[in-house]
Ligand binder design. Structure first.
Ligand code: NDP
Length: 328
């Protein structure tokens, strides 16, 4: 098989020479295992954190070893009960074309007319992040005003649409006019271009004149600051990610931190796997919204295994609308 390995740890923005495409020998397939040919690879911002040699909620990638990540593939050989040749599965042996895997941790995709790559997007990890972050972590309710950053991305576009389906008022922010139009087309009540001239605090106050009850943070930095500035008393923040800082070499300064105290704001960090035990509930309820046509899924697709690092790196310059994917 062919797999991408990490040859060196990025310093700041990742670069092409941090990655190398290499041949890897597949282990023999034993009982309880399947051989999978990947058809879709996911690239996700959290992978950047695993490229640093620091302690976090997942161990760092090892230098010289194949990278890992979400992928959808087709079973081409099976020695595991319940998995047949031709089944489509979601698993974590991405960044490569083929893998031999024990089936623990492999999820079978139910046969339906839903495109299989959706299980890497709104019906997969990013969708589940949006669902539980909004509804369980922030405890957002109908009638409340929700602000979400990176609203044109995989998680953010799900947050916008789940919030609208649940009767909330939604303000989304994204970079550039085209993405603002996309966020509006997903149903947001207002969308902010954080890259246009002017202060983000002022733009957010204009978009949510009564303030915000919930902030779904994908970006951190200036976005978090603007959310603090506009938060109503008792606002809840779901701290999902802080992509603005993933490649930063200098610390970010926040001006409005003291508002956490004055406005009794509750910030709660979470990792999607905290909700693994409720994955069935998510599949059922999000699946129903998808079937009812209430969730539109944008995708940005790069073609070929060779393009994986390029797709990954483009996440940090806003090169994606909706879910960033590699199609093999
Ligand atoms: P996206 O599809 O949102 O892609 C990343 C987007 O972030 C880009 O398209 C870009 O949009 C925006 N972005 C990149 N750099 C910056 C910057 N410096 N300032 C502002 N925006 C920036 O990715 P995901 O939906 O997969 O992830 C979104 C967030 O959720 C990330 O922070 C990620 O780490 C986090 N996450 C957390 C999980 C958890 O369990 N806690 C699980 C999954 C994701 P634009 O063009 O609008 O700038």
């Amino acid at each position: 098989a062919r797999a991408w390995t990490l040859t060196s740890r990025p310093n700041g923005m990742p670069a092409a020479d941090n990655f190398a495409l290499t041949d890897v020998a597949l282990p023999p397939i034993e009982d309880g295992m399947i051989r999978v040919r990947n058809s879709w690879l996911s690239v996700d911002p959290y992978m950047r954190g695993r490229m640093n040699d620091t302690k976090s909620y997942v161990p760092p990638f090892a230098i010289g070893e194949p990278l890992q990540g979400g992928a959808v593939g087709e079973v081409v050989e099976s020695r595991a009960d319940g998995f047949a040749v031709g089944d489509h599965v979601v698993h974590m042996a991405g960044w490569r074309d083929e893998a031999v895997l024990p089936v623990a941790g492999v999820q079978k995709i139910p046969a339906s007319d839903i495109p299989v790559q959706r299980y890497l997007g709104h019906l997969g990890m990013p969708g589940m992040t949006a669902w539980f972050g909004l509804l369980a972590v922030a405890e957002a309710k109908a009638g409340e005003t929700v602000f979400v950053s990176a609203a044109a991305g995989a998680v953010g576009s799900a947050v916008v649409q789940i919030a609208k389906a649940k009767g909330m008022t939604v303000v989304g922010s994204a970079g550039g006019a085209a993405k603002v139009a996309l966020v509006e087309s997903l149903g947001a009540d207002a969308a902010i271009d954080y890259k246009s001239d002017g202060s983000l605090v002022k733009k957010l106050m204009a978009a949510a004149p009564q303030g915000i009850d919930v902030y779904f943070d994908n970006v951190g930095g200036g976005h978090l600051d603007a959310a603090l500035a506009t938060a109503r008393d008792g606002a809840r923040f779901a701290m999902c990610g802080m992509i603005e800082g993933y490649n930063a070499t200098d610390p970010v300064e926040l001006r409005y931190l003291m508002r956490i105290v004055a406005a009794r704001i509750r910030l709660r960090g979470f990792i999607v796997t905290d909700f693994q035990a409720q994955a069935d509930e998510f599949q059922r309820e999000m699946g129903a919204l998808v079937k009812a046509g209430k969730i539109r899924s944008e995708e940005t697709v790069h073609d070929g295994l060779k393009s994986t690092p390029e797709a990954f790196m483009a996440l940090f310059s806003g090169g994606n609308s909706g879910k960033m994917l590699v199609r093999l």
